[in-house]
Design a protein around this ligand. Structure first.
Ligand SMILES: [Mg+2]
Length: 173
């Protein structure tokens, strides 16, 4: 079960601070795309997310996009925001996370993964022995049945006592 718990909870990517990342020993940040940086159907970044990326760049973090999506979807987005990417990452397998850390030239133990899904982002990061931050998805999925099903299980998991306490501490109630 420990594999399904994030190191830290935050609501939005913009709630993750330089201090959070430094406290986790991060030099590199592995970023999920869908529902973490953008929504499934709105591939553009908001001004807030753009500013967040700038802040992290300025603070000296190296960032890479790690997505299970195909390169054809990820590449134009990555190019637009000026970040390298690792597509078809097969999260929750550790391989994509480890390859992305290598691409950054940073040991995986000095990387932090950020994403919105327990069964891909969090499980994959834990299998890679990487600290990880779980966000709330920007937009709840309505169409994708499998994701909706996973969300239901995620809600059950998040409501277990230990998760609830940690969440309250991280979110501040
Ligand atoms: Mg996602």
């Amino acid at each position: 079960m420990a594999l399904l718990y994030p190191t830290l909870y935050r609501r939005r990517i913009t709630d993750v601070t330089v201090e959070d990342l430094r406290a986790l020993g991060a030099q590199g940040i592995l970023l999920d795309v869908d529902n973490t940086l953008t929504t499934h159907d709105a591939p553009d970044l908001t001004e807030e997310v753009k500013a967040w990326l700038e802040t992290m760049k300025t603070a000296g973090f190296s960032m890479i996009i790690v997505s299970n999506n195909k390169a054809v979807r990820v590449a134009p987005f990555a190019e637009k925001i000026g970040l390298p990417f690792h597509a078809l990452a097969h999260k929750p397998l550790a391989t994509g996370f480890l390859a992305a850390a290598e691409q950054l030239g940073i040991p995986s133990s000095a990387c932090v993964a950020i994403g919105d899904q327990i069964f891909t982002d969090i499980l994959g990061a834990n299998l890679s022995e990487m600290p990880c931050i779980l966000l709330e998805p920007i937009q709840p999925e309505v169409e994708q049945k499998f994701i909706v099903f996973k969300r239901k299980i995620e809600r059950v998991l998040l409501n277990t006592r230990r998760q609830r306490k940690k969440k309250e501490a991280d979110y501040g109630g």
